[in-house]
Design a protein. Structure first.
Length: 153
């Protein structure tokens, strides 16, 4: 999340609109990735994945992620967080409207699965979930993640 950043009051009334706003916000805030980044459109790749099946993981959280890897260098991968201005029906299995997005862009299948697993783990932890629902700032979330990951070693 450090490299991808955090965004507040993201607008949109459908997943497509929200994802478009998210990609625009990320593009405006971050530097262009290295020359290893292909010309494929990030939004198109995210929407293509979303068309296969909703990335709403429940409890008001969606975890959009392209199915194909858009980058080929580890240094270009990122996770970005967004709090929505208004909850959106993301067609999550639990039926709860989404108010938080965590976007994952990985460079390899192994890294993708490891990061997805960690994000899912944190989203199931009550302390982390509470912080997201309270719209904690990025530095607070990163501090919590780092402290929890120290316990894994």
């Amino acid at each position: 999340m450090e490299q991808g950043g955090a965004y507040s009051a993201l607008r949109g009334s459908t997943p497509s609109e929200v994802l478009s706003s998210f990609v625009k916000a990320i593009s405006a805030k971050t530097e262009a990735p290295s020359e290893g980044f292909p010309s494929v459109n990030l939004l198109d790749a995210i929407l293509e994945r979303e068309a296969l099946m909703s990335t709403g993981i429940g409890r008001g959280i969606a975890l959009p992620h392209p199915r194909n890897y858009l980058i080929n260098q580890e240094k270009d991968q990122f996770v970005a967080l967004a709090y929505l201005k208004d909850p959106v029906d993301w067609h999550s299995l639990d039926g709860i409207k989404v108010d938080t997005l965590i976007l994952l862009i990985s460079y390899s299948a192994k890294q993708h699965l490891q990061t997805l697993s960690r994000i899912n783990y944190f989203c199931r932890q009550e302390n982390f979930y509470r912080q997201i629902k309270e719209r904690a700032p990025l530095d607070t979330l990163l501090k919590y993640i780092r402290e929890e990951e120290k316990k894994w070693i």
